[in-house]
Design a protein around this ligand. Structure first.
Ligand code: GLN
Length: 489
């Protein structure tokens, strides 16, 4: 059993037909973690003993065909609550915090038979695009150890690319599933806002956050999405919309005939690095070869997405993070002698620089004197961006675009330039503002950097089924990626 080449669905079939034991699968992943973790640093907490124990119990019980993830080892981005493992959010603030409950999606994964191997590194409170904002450790890209894995779900993406687990769940507020998936050569989906319960997912930008699957291929993402989706009375923003069987419906589409794929000029005529441009345009040719019709669409407000996103995300973050005050959760500064001093010391010592920057800007844009100029304006722009998408989807079924203008960059290259870092979200953030769904799949390797480059499809609310089917068809047209260079023995 090789956890590096095995996919989730194939492994599940082997387990259910008794050809392989859960214990073997879990051991293979743990072995792979031992081999690769010193180089890539994808995980912040590993649950070796409990995972082995659970595997033994499952083998004793025997395969349960009704549990769709029976024996499948997964990791979770460490912003998703787990009652048996710390949930650090990549922050000193929560370094030693273990929640007293599981997130709804954690519970659903466990109930479906998944084995949680550990928690994946991330930018502190999911704020960032490279995982360099983690206060706990540095994660490296398995394709080139001098480069970032992307972020903020960089640990999840790197872990899958390195074959440490068969899938992960990340979160995407402005691109944090799709961007690291693209940088590490894996598949990542941001579901429609409300598709997956946010209960137990530590809030960053509550009106934007969505958890979603990341895995080596589309079918594996479909299998995970099916389990974590669906209405949850514990999350008032979760949608009461039936959940299709994403995995079995993949087979319903053999090609892309009849599909209209919109190409927004704003996304294709901008500043794309030449190798990214080449990979993405080749992917577009495959879209046409697979039978789809491409049509031009207009997203006139797209250029304002990053500005609107950062105002809204920071405003919501400043409010959400107010709860970390040294009283209720995690770190408390013990030196302070009175309450206000304790709040200040706790928050200035336990939050990293980027988180503090966002809390300050977030409070600023919400303050009485500036609310109209910034937050209200951003909320109006958000509405226009939403309407752009609604109008575009009158002329096409899905929209296709690059994910990031360039491939994974080097560690340290952008970390001192927050504005450069923010601009990475140029092709991803508008989807979160619109509340709709998107997926990224690997489209090939850049001919200069040799790094993976992804291609993105975006669809209307609750179009996950069509997005997954489309990505699944395209996987057969696009060049399969080799295994990540930097980890080849
Ligand atoms: N890069 C974006 C940010 O820093 C998106 C992060 C995310 O999606 N969690 O806010």
């Amino acid at each position: 059993m090789n956890s590096r080449t095995g996919t989730l669905c194939a492994t599940r079939d082997l387990i259910l037909t008794g050809q392989v034991k859960v214990l073997e699968v879990v051991q293979a992943c743990l072995e792979r973690i031992r081999q690769t973790e010193p180089a890539i640093g994808a995980l912040v907490n590993i649950q070796e003993e409990k995972a082995l124990e659970r595997a033994r119990e499952m083998d004793e019980h025997g395969p349960d065909k009704d549990k769709s993830l029976w024996g499948i080892p997964l990791t979770l981005k460490d912003i998703i609550c787990t009652s048996d493992l710390p949930t650090t959010c990549g922050s000193k603030m929560l370094e030693n915090f273990t929640p007293c409950y599981d997130a709804t999606l954690t519970r659903r994964l466990r109930e479906a038979g998944a084995v949680i191997l550990g928690k994946a590194n991330l930018d502190e409170f999911a704020m960032g695009s490279s995982t360099e904002n983690s206060a706990l450790k540095q994660t490296r890209n398995p394709w080139d150890l001098s480069r970032v894995p992307g972020g903020s779900s960089g640990g999840s993406a790197a872990s899958i690319a390195a074959g440490q687990s068969l899938g992960s769940v990340g979160t995407d507020t402005g691109g944090s599933i799709r961007q690291p998936a693209s940088f590490c050569g894996v598949v990542g989906m941001k579901p429609t806002y409300g598709r997956v319960s946010r209960y137990g997912v530590v809030a960053f930008g509550s009106s934007l956050d969505q958890a979603g699957p990341m895995a080596a291929n589309t079918a594996d993402c479909a299998a995970i999405l099916k389990v974590i989706s669906g209405h949850d009375p514990m999350d008032s923003t979760s949608a009461d919309v039936p959940v299709p069987d994403y995995l079995s419906s993949l087979g319903h589409r053999k090609d892309l005939k009849g599909l209209r794929v919109g190409l927004p000029a704003q996304y294709w005529e901008g500043e794309l690095e030449p190798e990214v441009d080449r990979v993405c345009r080749n992917a577009l040719e495959q879209v046409s070869l697979a039978g789809a019709e491409t049509v031009p669409v207009d997203l006139p407000h797209a250029p304002h997405a990053v500005a609107a996103y950062y105002i809204i995300a920071m405003a919501e973050a400043s409010s959400n993070l107010a709860r970390f005050d040294g009283i209720r959760y995690g770190y408390r500064d013990e030196e302070a002698r009175e309450l206000m001093d304790m709040y200040c010391k706790t928050r200035s010592r336990a939050f990293g620089e980027e988180v503090q920057r966002r809390i300050m800007i977030g409070n600023y844009v919400l303050s009485a004197g500036y609310y109209d100029a910034y937050f209200k304006k951003a909320a109006q722009v958000r509405r226009l961006i939403h309407l752009d998408f609604v109008q575009a989807f009158e002329n096409c079924d899905l929209i296709c675009s690059p994910v990031v203008p360039f491939p994974a960059f080097r560690l340290g290259e952008k970390v001192d330039d927050p504005l450069q870092m923010y601009l990475l979200d140029i092709f991803t953030a508008s989807l979160n503002l619109a509340g709709m769904a998107g997926i990224t799949i690997p489209a090939g390797l850049g001919d200069q950097s040799g790094m993976p480059v992804g291609i993105q499809f975006m669809g209307p609310a609750f179009s996950e089924e069509l997005l997954l089917q489309t990505a699944h068809v395209l996987e057969n047209y696009l060049p399969p990626l080799p295994s990540p260079r930097a980890l080849n023995e």
